[in-house]
Design a protein around this ligand. Structure first.
Ligand SMILES: Cc1cc2nc3c(=O)[nH]c(=O)nc-3n(C[C@H](O)[C@H](O)[C@H](O)COP(=O)(O)OP(=O)(O)OC[C@H]3O[C@@H](n4cnc5c(N)ncnc54)[C@H](O)[C@@H]3O)c2cc1C
Length: 458
């Protein structure tokens, strides 16, 4: 909107409520991270911006129906699946994906009925060593009192209060200097009162203390060396980072075979030619295995984007291996290189941004950066009158006659779908804040789509 005078943007969201993973991913005890919602609300005030919630693109509204009414389509639908470990026992009771657990405590309607069984036992294992894994560990170990004022759901508070978990092991295939977590998240866990940290084997750090590590790794190893505020021996709860372990099988309990009791890991070792101090150091499996007792396990090995139904109708490719829509890194969606060796070309008017553009990694700041890059490239293409959607070979992009949502609204409503406007969202927002206020919380999220729509038409 800043770069193209008179540009109008319609933003479709499958849920009635906005903000994606900022609402349903970012941990409830990180409210400062959610400040970007404010910027978003400011954008939404523009008369040139229309928020259309409760419309699932590709399902409620096929892409072929959208196409004639826009000059450009920008895909920014994130990553709504997770990677699996593909090992035996992964579906035992007590095994959850971090995505469903995080979605559950954050009130994502899809996981409102997850009912994680946190009272199954004292030992939990998180597989994966990124920030999401540390979020899961922190929520499991934090005193419930510390979460009470956040926007975590009431049901999550109740279940966490009854939780028996006392020990959380966060396990990764490589070493501490290769882990994906950041220093802020490790430090937060170290500071939880009454939670101890099991020290890491010193062989993971350079024996010669004068060896300088890259800045980020140096800070992480300093925090890990320093350890927790609470001494592990005398702490009622503990956490540990375990390295060089690759999950092999999840084992059922003898007494209740549908439930998890332990996890087998293959021990890994740094590849012979690996620089063990490098972030990129590779590991290889060894013949040795080890078993960790656990009644709860959370796999946290990454989110995954999937192709939107109907992409192929617009001849838009999807790279299932990388889980992205192929693009030129600026955000222009590109065709594959042909069998005849012809180069990739930009599909006119089709762009992408966010996790579906570059894969499910990176924080809000990096997602914003690449969203800005995409917006810049749309603006540049527009200024240069390259062909857009429906413009065929006659670029004439200085003015647009496309009607967007105005042309689609009536038919969508006729189908029985209730679109949610920004003003509608404000009504849901006010109800949530009101419900939260009575409990001393910032908000109590509504976890059911029917109920969200119900408060609008009450
Ligand atoms: C558990 C977790 C914790 C995180 N914590 C932090 C943190 O503390 N700090 C930080 O900076 N970053 C954090 N991040 C990263 C941050 O959330 C992401 O970088 C960012 O949200 C990615 O933005 P996106 O727009 O690509 O995807 P999303 O935020 O997922 O937005 C995509 C939107 O598209 C919608 N959608 C999907 N399919 C359709 C469809 N068919 N039709 C219509 N709409 C659709 C989804 O409902 C969603 O609202 C965290 C991520 C996770 C998973």
């Amino acid at each position: 909107m800043k770069r193209v005078q008179d540009a109008k943007i319609d933003m479709y969201e499958q849920l009635p409520v906005p903000y994606g993973l900022v609402r349903f991913g970012v941990a409830p005890d990180h409210p400062e991270v959610k400040n970007c919602q404010q910027t978003f609300s400011e954008v939404a005030q523009s008369p040139r911006f229309t928020y259309i919630g409760n419309i699932r693109i590709g399902h409620d509204l096929p892409l072929t129906t959208l196409k004639p009414h826009y000059d450009a389509l920008i895909f920014a639908y994130g990553a709504s699946e997770d990677r699996r470990l593909l090992i035996p026992g992964e579906d035992l009771c007590g095994v959850y994906s971090a995505r469903e657990f995080v979605g559950w405590y954050n009130g994502l309607p899809q996981f409102a009925n997850l009912q994680p069984e946190l009272e199954l036992g004292e030992q939990a294992v998180v597989i994966g060593q990124g920030n999401v894994a540390l979020d899961v560990a922190r929520i499991l170990l934090s005193p419930v009192e510390a979460l009470r004022k956040t926007d975590i759901t009431e049901e999550a508070l109740e279940r966490l209060e009854r939780s028996k978990v006392k020990s959380v092991k966060v396990v990764g295939r490589r070493g501490p200097l290769q882990a994906a977590f950041t220093v802020k998240e490790v430090r937060e866990l170290m500071k939880i009162p009454s939670v101890g940290f099991t020290p890491i084997d010193s062989s993971f750090y350079p024996a010669d203390k004068s060896v300088k590590l890259p800045r980020v790794q140096q800070r992480i190893s300093d925090v890990l060396r320093k350890g927790s505020l609470s001494a592990p021996e005398s702490s009622p709860k503990n956490w540990a980072l375990q390295f060089l372990l690759s999950p092999k099988a999840m084992n059922p309990s003898e007494n209740s075979p549908e439930y998890l009791s332990s996890i087998d890991f293959t021990k890994t070792a740094f590849a012979p030619d690996a620089d063990t101090l490098s972030k990129e150091a590779k590991v290889i499996p060894t013949e040795e295995t080890t078993t960790i007792k656990a009644s709860l396990a959370f796999r946290s090995v990454g989110y995954k984007s999937t192709p939107l139904p109907g992409l192929t109708d617009l001849e838009i490719p999807f790279d299932t291996k990388l889980g992205i829509i192929p693009n030129d890194a600026y955000g222009r969606v590109m065709t594959p290189i042909t069998n005849e060796g012809l180069g990739a070309r930009h599909i006119p008017g089709i762009y992408c941004a966010g996790w579906v553009k570059r894969g499910p990694t990176g924080v809000i700041a990096s997602t914003m950066e690449d969203a800005f890059a995409t917006a810049d490239i749309v603006a540049k293409d527009w200024e240069e009158s390259v062909p857009f959607l429906n413009s065929h070979s006659q670029p004439s992009n200085s003015t647009s006659t496309r009607q967007g949502w105005d042309a689609l609204k009536t038919d969508v409503i006729k189908k029985g779908i209730r679109p949610v406007s920004w003003d509608d969202w404000k009504v849901i927002d006010a109800v949530e804040c009101e419900r939260g206020r009575s409990k001393g919380k910032e908000r109590e999220k509504i976890r059911d789509v029917g109920e969200m729509l119900g408060v609008l038409d009450a």
